[in-house]
Design a protein around this ligand. Structure first.
Ligand code: SF4
Length: 688
């Protein structure tokens, strides 16, 4: 395929998937925002600097195989033969489930689909999951339970432009997806965040609960909505079920008790509900702040209960939604990368789903493995007696992004074979036995699905450097070496998408009516889109929710403490999050000079009084320790912090890894780790 002078494509980073036009200039590639609806001519600093990613100095250009302890350049046959031989040996000795696969929410739909198929057929393993488990899984589980299907936003982003009031619970779009803020400019914002984030600074009202108490706050807001007469009981009766059980749990959460538990004043609770209820157009949006907990599903359900009581979901100009994080966080979870799912958002335990997907794949349903371990459970089992002995990682950097990361490093180090496919070196490739250099956004064709469930075309501007290959070619090469017929693993993204359409047909996320031709013609296609004449579904639930009876479900949820609360040795609470200039584990953005200049290193935000008690001044080096590990970072004094809480961004490597501290306890349903609450102490580190 020839190189082009200019292409219309999308930003390589977050789930907003801003529209861009890339142009090859004499001095390199330039980027311009397009009028794509989500960004309408805007881009954040990451988007503006994205072309620099195409030109990073240490770009992976050759396959690498570890020899005598050193990663050594080899040709592709040698690399793929090494992987296939290792996989064959481990499978022969320990069985198919001794090989695991760890995918990523940044992979295109085509890659995510083929990776799931490769794992189940070529490897025959049930052990596949992906880093989206650390991102969206709690909201996905709560949304599915409430509405019958989960799509980040069940309405277009542009609908938010008409909002009068928006509740942002644990979301900080002013830093994580700044162009979204233009759609919120007319709305009164209520922000729930233990930290006074950039979004909270713009809010009409900032509720600052103690970390881990958001569910108590959600129960209290439901209590106020009902007792103060703001609930829309006609809507509750006609469009929902389960209110009585949910309300029974909320009755005990009167505002004064909520204030005692969360620290959010009674007046602010009442004002929040009043603002949402009196607004002609109102939305409740959740983000990682309320989702990344050991009770993340229940917490999101608590906010969905509030939205249902106020009559918001499934009505024009109102709604509930979740702000998806990773670039293809939505599509990445629809096509079979999840341990418990097959393409089309089908459950792997459902006989009809297995039958359908097996038929598309040309195999018998009995050959498909059952559900495997979730992402952290998979990492935790590596190298153990019953766990995988080999792991293939595609597009993820768990050494920085997984919780309790020292433990994860120990587990990765216990493997017989670690294979990592990526386009830049990362803290995880440093541990690998084989590194496979793959293409990145502007070097490949494919599709992504943004936070609105809109399917987008990613387009190729230029050929990859050196010997980098597309992930699809890598999977094809490995599958053939493992004895699979090559035709089962097409290397053309268009061919893979055609198969994905058939595999998704009839599923909840039905892509069967979406084609490259329609997307290239500029059609705005949101799933479900069940046939080629179907216009797509930008707004879900207007005629009923996706449960068989068409009703949304309230969830009877109860507050409980975080798994770890402050204690004598660890008297503070650490919470983690993101900064504007870095993305996820930072493996990409830390290589972009302008971004690295803006956010060069990890830090800890702390209230001046708390710092004073710990003997720490602004800019001092601090040791932040939890029961699991110690991070060493510079102090930032922030007077708006709670005095019982510190904040660390998680993008940074080495001693600055916030995830050295985080708790690997999991939500029982979503298997989401408790990234947002760890008990810590802080002390001077002493300068070297
Ligand atoms: Fe890229 Fe997200 Fe920034 Fe848009 S908001 S430019 S998609 S990182």
């Amino acid at each position: 395929m020839p190189e082009l002078r200019t292409v219309a494509t999308h930003c390589p980073y977050c789930a907003l998937q801003c529209g861009t036009r890339l142009t090859r200039e004499r001095r390199g590639v330039s980027v311009r925002p397009t009028d794509f609806p989500v960004n309408q001519g805007g881009l954040c600093q990451k988007g503006w600097t994205a072309p620099a990613l195409l030109d990073v100095d240490d770009r992976l250009r050759h396959p690498l195989v570890r020899r005598d302890g050193t990663l050594t350049p080899v040709d592709w046959d040698t690399a793929l033969d090494t992987v296939a031989r290792g996989v064959d040996r481990i499978r022969a000795e320990h069985g198919a489930d001794a090989v695991g696969v760890f995918g990523g929410g940044g992979l295109t739909n085509e890659k995510a689909y083929l990776l799931g198929k490769f794992a189940r057929l070529a490897l025959g393993t049930s052990q596949i999951d992906y880093n989206g488990r650390f991102c969206m899984s709690s909201a996905a589980a709560a949304g599915t339970a409430a509405f019958g299907v989960d799509r980040g936003l069940p309405f277009p982003v542009t609908d938010l432009g008409g909002a009068d009031a928006v509740l942002l619970a644990g979301a900080n779009p002013a830093e994580t997806m700044p162009p979204l803020m233009q759609h919120l400019s007319q709305a009164q914002l209520v922000v729930i965040d233990p930290r006074c984030s950039a979004t909270a600074e713009r809010a009409a009202l900032h509720l600052q609960p103690a970390p881990g108490t958001d569910l108590a706050l959600a129960l209290g807001l439901l209590h106020v909505a009902v007792v103060d007469g703001w609930a829309d009981m006609d809507y509750v009766r006609s469009r929902t079920t389960g209110f009585d059980a949910a309300w029974q749990r909320a009755t005990a959460w009167w505002p004064e008790r909520v204030e005692r538990v969360t620290g959010v004043p009674v007046t602010a609770q009442r004002q929040t509900v009043r603002m949402l209820a009196e607004a002609g157009s109102a939305y409740v949006l959740t983000g990682r702040g309320v989702e990344q907990h050991s009770k993340g599903v229940d917490t999101v359900s608590g906010f969905i209960n509030l939205a249902l009581a106020l009559g918001l979901p499934g009505r024009e100009g109102r709604g509930y939604g979740c702000l998806t994080g990773q670039g293809n966080g939505q599509g990445g979870r629809e096509h079979g990368q999840k341990a418990d799912q097959l393409p089309g958002y089908r459950m792997i335990t459902d006989p009809a789903a297995r039958e359908h997907v097996a038929q598309v794949w040309g195999v018998s349903p009995e050959t498909l493995p059952g559900p495997g371990r979730s992402a952290y459970e998979l990492l935790d089992a590596l190298g153990t007696d019953n766990g995988p002995r080999a792991l293939l990682v595609f597009g993820s950097n768990p050494v920085v992004s997984a919780p309790n990361t020292d433990h994860v490093v120990r587990r990765l180090s216990a493997l017989d074979l670690l294979v990592v496919a990526d386009f830049v070196p990362s803290e995880t490739t440093q541990l690998a036995d084989v590194v496979l250099p793959v293409t990145q956004w502007a070097e490949e064709e494919g599709t992504m699905t943004n936070l609105e469930g809109r399917v987008l075309r990613r387009r190729r501007l230029q050929v990859p450097p050196g010997h980098a290959r597309s992930d699809l070619e890598v999977l094809h090469g490995l599958a053939v070496r493992l004895g699979e017929p090559g035709h089962r693993y097409p290397t053309s993204p268009r061919e893979v998408f055609e198969e994905l359409r058939r595999a998704s047909a009839g599923g909840k996320a039905d892509y069967s009516g979406i084609t490259y031709e329609r997307l290239d013609a500029g059609e705005a296609l949101h799933w479900p889109c069940p046939d080629p004449e179907h216009p797509g579904t930008p707004r879900l639930f207007l005629d009923g929710f996706a449960h068989p009876d068409g009703l949304a479900r309230f969830a009877p949820v109860e507050h409980r403490d975080a798994a770890e609360t402050p204690q004598e040795a660890f008297p503070l609470t650490a919470t983690t999050g993101r900064v504007l200039a870095q993305y996820q584990s930072g493996a990409q953005t830390r290589r972009v000079a302008e971004l690295n200049e803006a956010a060069p290193a990890g830090f800890v935000e702390i209230h001046p009084d708390t710092a004073d008690r710990a003997g720490l001044a602004d800019g001092a080096l601090a040791r932040v320790s939890s029961p699991r590990g110690t991070a060493v970072v510079r102090v930032r004094l922030v007077p708006t912090m709670r005095t019982d809480t510190v904040f660390l961004p998680f993008h940074f490597p080495g001693e600055a890894r916030a995830n050295l501290l985080t708790n690997d306890v999991l939500d029982p349903r979503s298997r989401m780790p408790e990234f947002k609450v760890s008990a810590v102490r802080i002390e001077p580190a002493g300068e070297a």
